[in-house]
Design a protein around this ligand. Structure first.
Ligand SMILES: [Zn+2]
Ligand SMILES: [Zn+2]
Length: 152
């Protein structure tokens, strides 16, 4: 993933700007209720980058602890959803709609929390679907979170 490409992005009002180096490890569509509520969209999509390839250029995102395993970062001026950070992870999810040119990103390869996918939405071609989250070692957390109807 060591191409010289740089992708710019930021929030709606422009207070927060970031850059991403190279291509993401993958792209995901996540229908969990938290992603849906935070973005206001029924089809939230994000790309995953190693932290070292993400640079904050302007502004400081506000941080909301959305679950026992993660925080969500957003612009406290315009409300744009920017980043999802799993505790202790070396990678960060960037909400794709905040990129200046989202078409430079790969199509999603993962579809998470399809249990909350709107009934009028079809399975996304080319994705591996999961009813909840995708990581087997998160089974316990997943069950606990599902029981509280929250996620990721
Ligand atoms: Zn903003
Ligand atoms: Zn989600």
């Amino acid at each position: 993933m060591t191409t010289g490409e740089i992708h710019g992005g930021g929030c709606l009002c422009g207070a927060i700007r970031y850059s991403l180096k190279g291509q993401p490890s993958h792209a995901t569509v996540c229908y969990c209720t938290q992603c849906q509520k935070q973005t206001g969209s029924l089809v939230p999509a994000m790309v995953t980058y190693e932290l070292e390839n993400v640079e904050l250029l302007a502004g400081t995102p506000a941080v909301f602890r959305s679950s026992t395993i993660a925080t969500r970062q957003f612009c406290d001026r315009c409300g744009s959803t920017l980043f999802w950070r799993g505790d202790g992870r070396t990678e960060v999810d960037i909400f794709m709609g905040t990129l200046d040119d989202p078409s430079t990103m790969p199509a999603p390869s993962l579809e998470l929390w399809t249990t909350h996918r709107a009934k009028w939405l079809a399975h996304l071609d080319g994705t591996e679907s999961h009813e909840t989250s995708q990581t087997p070692d998160e089974t316990d957390q997943r069950a606990a979170l599902a029981a509280r109807d929250i996620s990721r």
